[in-house]
Design a protein around this ligand. Structure first.
Ligand SMILES: NC(=O)c1ccc[n+]([C@@H]2O[C@H](COP(=O)([O-])OP(=O)(O)OC[C@H]3O[C@@H](n4cnc5c(N)ncnc54)[C@H](OP(=O)(O)O)[C@@H]3O)[C@@H](O)[C@H]2O)c1
Length: 129
């Protein structure tokens, strides 16, 4: 809507995005217009997502935490990811995700978690009204 109304293409669009809600349509629009996609609530707010079986399986396979797997998934998709952590161990765990490389099978298992009803936060189309 910004592009249509103003002709200005934003550099970055921060939208809710995690394996349970993958925003494929927005991502492909961003890609076509060279807009960086930045994931908000990238860990699914640190709730159920981190206990989903495919994520735990990939984490066990690499001997890493589920949060690291989710961060590595964002990075492998070229997404800008800024997880929130107030716990110091979570913070260092998250930084250490940078060297985790997921293979095609891992990515496919996590890609399959996408759901049209996976939104956790407010919908910007109805935000405020
Ligand atoms: N633009 C927007 O409208 C909007 C909306 C929502 C969020 N955001 C942004 O998105 C970012 C984070 O979103 P969010 O706070 O909703 O959720 P999030 O990053 O998806 O999840 C944060 C939760 O995950 C936990 N966590 C972090 N690292 C972990 C780890 N290694 N293992 C297990 N649990 C871990 C945190 O616990 P601890 O705190 O205990 O470490 C916290 O409860 C922030 O930068 C925020 O500003 C933007």
């Amino acid at each position: 809507r910004i592009v249509e109304a103003t002709g200005v293409v934003p550099a970055v669009n921060q939208i809710e995005l995690h394996p349970g809600f993958q925003q494929r349509e927005a991502r492909s629009y961003h890609e076509a217009h060279k807009i960086v996609t930045q994931s908000w609530s990238p860990l699914g707010q640190g709730k159920d997502l981190l206990t989903r079986a495919p994520i735990v399986r990939v984490a066990d396979k690499h001997r890493r935490s589920p949060a690291q797997v989710v961060i590595a998934w964002h990075l492998a998709h070229g997404l800008a990811v800024i997880p929130k952590a107030s716990d110091l161990e979570h913070l260092s765990d998250n930084f250490a995700a940078r060297d985790l490389i997921l293979d095609e099978e891992d990515m496919a298992a996590i890609d399959a978690l996408d759901s049209p009803v996976g939104r956790l936060g407010p919908d910007p189309r109805s935000f405020g009204g």
